[in-house]
Design a protein around this ligand. Structure first.
Ligand SMILES: O=C(O)c1ccccc1NCC(=O)[C@H](O)[C@H](O)COP(=O)(O)O
Length: 229
C-alpha cells in the first residue's frame, strides 16, 4: 500500500513549523484567510517558512482573494503550493496557474482546490476542477466556517470520489486525528491527509505529542511500503 503524505495546517509560529517539520510532516499549511484564528500575515509566513526542512512543502491557504493577491503572497513567502479554500471558480484556477510562480519544495500538489462536502451531490461541483488543479481536497462543510472546523464529513463521499476518478489525486481533511486517521487510511487510502484541530493542544497551539502520534499513525509501516514521494 502506498503511504499518504501529511500536511499539518494552521501553523502560526516559527517554533511550531520547526517542530512539525522535524516530526516528519511532508507539508505545513499557512492560513492567509483573515477570518481564521490561525491567520498569519505575509511577513509572519515568510519567517515561518524558513524554519522547515528542504523537503517540507510550504502551502498557502487562501479564501476568495484575487489572483494578484495570491500570486504576490506566493512570491513574497516563496510558497511551494497553494490551497484554495473559498468559492474560487474553475476559471479563477486557470488564471491563477498562469500568474503565480511556486518554488518546488517537497511533494505536496502545487495547486489544490478544497471542496466542502455536503453529501455525494458535492461531487458534481468537483468535476469542472478536475483537469485544472493538481489535487482535490475534500473537507467538511460548515455553515459559518470555511475550514479548520475539527469536524468529520461522511467518508462515503470520498469512497465514491475514488470510484469515479481513481487516477485523481485526493486529499482528505476535516476532523482527522491520531485515532480516526487509521480507519480513514484502511477505508479510503487517499494520496494525502490534512489536519489542524486534531493535533492542537488548544485552539491555535499545535501539540508536539499529537503531531507526532498523527504522523506515526499515517506513516506506520512506511519502511516496508512505498511512500508517495
Ligand atoms: O484552519 C483554519 O482556520 C482555516 C480557516 C479558513 C479556511 C481554511 C482553514 N484551514 C484549512 C485547512 O487546510 C485545515 O487543515 C482543514 O480545514 C482541516 O481542519 P481540521 O478539521 O481542523 O483538521
Amino acid at each position: 500500500m502506498v503511504k499518504p503524505v501529511v500536511k499539518i495546517c494552521g501553523i502560526t509560529t516559527a517554533a511550531q513549523a520547526k517542530m512539525v517539520s522535524t516530526a516528519g510532516a511532508d507539508a505545513i499549511g499557512l492560513v492567509f484567510a483573515k477570518q481564521s484564528t490561525r491567520f498569519v500575515s505575509r511577513q509572519q509566513a515568510s519567517t515561518i517558512s524558513q524554519m522547515v526542512d528542504n523537503d517540507t512543502s510550504v502551502v498557502g491557504v487562501f479564501c476568495n482573494d484575487s489572483e494578484e493577491v495570491v500570486a504576490a503572497a506566493a512570491d513574497f513567502v516563496s510558497l511551494s503550493a497553494v490551497q484554495l479554500h473559498g468559492n474560487e471558480s474553475p476559471d479563477y484556477c486557470r488564471r491563477l496557474r498562469e500568474k503565480m510562480h511556486l518554488v518546488e519544495k517537497g511533494c505536496w500538489p502545487m495547486l489544490v482546490k478544497a471542496v466542502p462536502v455536503r453529501g455525494v451531490e458535492t461531487l458534481e461541483q468537483v468535476k469542472p476542477y478536475l483537469h485544472l488543479v493538481d489535487a482535490i481536497m475534500l473537507d467538511t462543510y460548515h455553515r459559518g466556517r470555511l475550514g479548520g472546523t475539527g469536524m468529520q464529513f461522511d467518508w462515503h463521499v470520498a469512497v465514491e470520489f475514488n470510484r469515479l476518478w481513481p487516477e485523481k489525486t485526493l486529499l482528505i481533511a476535516g476532523g482527522l486525528n491520531g485515532v480516526n486517521v487509521g480507519t480513514l487510511l484502511a477505508r479510503i487510502n487517499p494520496w494525502g491527509v490534512d489536519v489542524s484541530s486534531g493535533v492542537e493542544a488548544y485552539p491555535g497551539q499545535k501539540s508536539p505529542e499529537k503531531v507526532s502520534a498523527f504522523i506515526k499513525q499515517v506513516k506506520k509501516g512506511i519502511d516496508e511500503g512505498e511512500g508517495q514521494c
